[in-house]
Write a protein of this length. Structure first.
Length: 89
């Protein structure tokens, strides 16, 4: 991998780690506000899913779609997925 791609991958990993992670509750206000699916993979959230909040208020699920899982970013996000209890929910 060339130096430019290495820097881009490192910056992406760093940015992903800085996004807040939260465990989705069954009565979470985000769902009632219309944020009921991942902004990237478009899968519908389920209770106990881990979500990351983007600065634009979109929410994503780390590594859920097959296409996202096949990317380096998706594999990294999938490797970091934790149980809800680990996030304090």
């Amino acid at each position: 991998m060339d130096p430019v791609h290495r820097k881009l991958n490192a910056a992406t990993r760093k940015a992903l780690k800085q996004l807040p992670v939260k465990c989705l509750n069954q009565v979470d206000p985000l769902i009632s506000e219309g944020f009921d699916q991942c902004a990237i993979c478009i899968e519908v959230f389920k209770p106990q899913d881990l979500i990351r909040s983007l600065p634009c208020r979109c929410i994503i699920s780390p590594g859920r779609s097959q296409a996202h899982r096949n990317s380096k970013v998706g594999r990294q996000a999938e490797a970091e997925v934790m149980k809800c209890e680990a996030v304090g929910a």
